[in-house]
Design a protein around this ligand. Structure first.
Ligand code: AMP
Ligand code: MN
Ligand code: MN
Ligand code: MN
Length: 267
């Protein structure tokens, strides 16, 4: 049976593999279709289509936009968008600028807590255009402010922790609208991790086409989100949210029919 993965990251956001390494790994794990969904950037798509073609793996254009609703961090996946859409590209550029400001605000909070870290130290961890909290976490490990990446998140960076600053992105409504206007479909990412079920009806109203029900980490909530998807007529999508490290690619078996359903919805 074929296997697909519609949610993975590369060095263009907070992943640790290059596009080439990621696509080679995907092929070695037996994936036949993959979507690279970097945070707030399409930079991977400068090279991904050609590499995917040469490896014989199908590539679905994708992105993961950080949006905000009610002060909550809501990640919206966009599939089949036109990566040359000027309005979307301008909005993504602005998102990435706001990411820089947020990182600086977090560094200020860390400084007030006695942890000195410069923006340049964080920038060194970021190989692409989309700077984010994982780069701060890596810089904190490197500066020996914490013992591990997860300790950086648990003590300082996760929602509600000491140096947390809320995201400053597009509203969820605008993110969904931009994805649709660029010819794509919007999907709410990892609902269990986001833990904002009360916002799902609103996202449906704004026009999401799917809900990311399947993720190898969130198996205990599959039934719940399948029911929510069914209730709102949403396509059940899935992916590993792979960022690098021990490979979770291909662990969650997902049928190609998900891609077919998304394509059918586009028409
Ligand atoms: P940002 O885009 O700056 O808000 O950073 C969000 C990213 O940090 C997510 O896409 C994950 O890759 C990572 N992340 C979020 N929460 C955690 C956590 N508790 N532990 C490790 N990584 C996390
Ligand atoms: Mn990430
Ligand atoms: Mn996410
Ligand atoms: Mn992700």
């Amino acid at each position: 049976m074929s296997n697909i993965d519609l949610h993975v990251h590369t060095i263009h956001s907070d992943g640790t593999l290059t596009v080439e390494a990621l696509l080679n790994l995907a092929v070695s794990k037996g994936l036949t279709c993959i979507s690279i969904t970097d945070h707030d950037t399409f930079d991977a798509y400068a090279t991904a289509p050609e590499i995917a073609k040469s490896l014989g793996v199908e590539l679905v254009t994708g992105i993961e936009i950080s949006s905000v609703s009610d002060g909550r961090d809501i990640h919206i996946l966009g599939y089949f968008c036109d990566v040359g859409n000027a309005e979307l590209l301008a909005a993504l550029e602005s998102q990435r600028e706001k990411r820089k400001d947020r990182v600086k605000a977090i560094l200020e909070k860390l400084r007030n807590l006695g942890l000195k870290l410069s923006y340049e130290q964080v920038e060194q961890q970021c190989l692409g255009a989309s700077i984010s909290r994982p780069h701060i976490a890596s810089a904190m490990v490197e500066a020996r402010h914490v013992n591990s990446f997860s300790e950086a998140f648990d003590l300082y960076l996760k929602e509600g922790a000491a140096a947390y600053c809320p995201p400053r992105g597009l509203s969820s409504e605008d993110a969904i609208s931009l994805i649709k206007k660029s010819g794509g479909l919007a999907v709410m990412a990892h609902p269990e991790y986001t833990n904002a079920d009360e916002l799902i009806p609103r996202l449906v109203k704004y026009g999401i086409a799917g809900l990311e029900v399947y993720n190898y980490k969130t198996t205990k909530s599959v039934k719940k989100y399948k029911n929510i998807a069914k209730r709102h007529g949403l396509i059940e999508t899935g992916g590993s949210d792979f960022h690098g490290g021990p490979s979770t690619l291909g662990l969650q078996k997902l049928p190609y029919s998900i891609v077919e359903k998304l394509r059918a919805k586009l028409q």
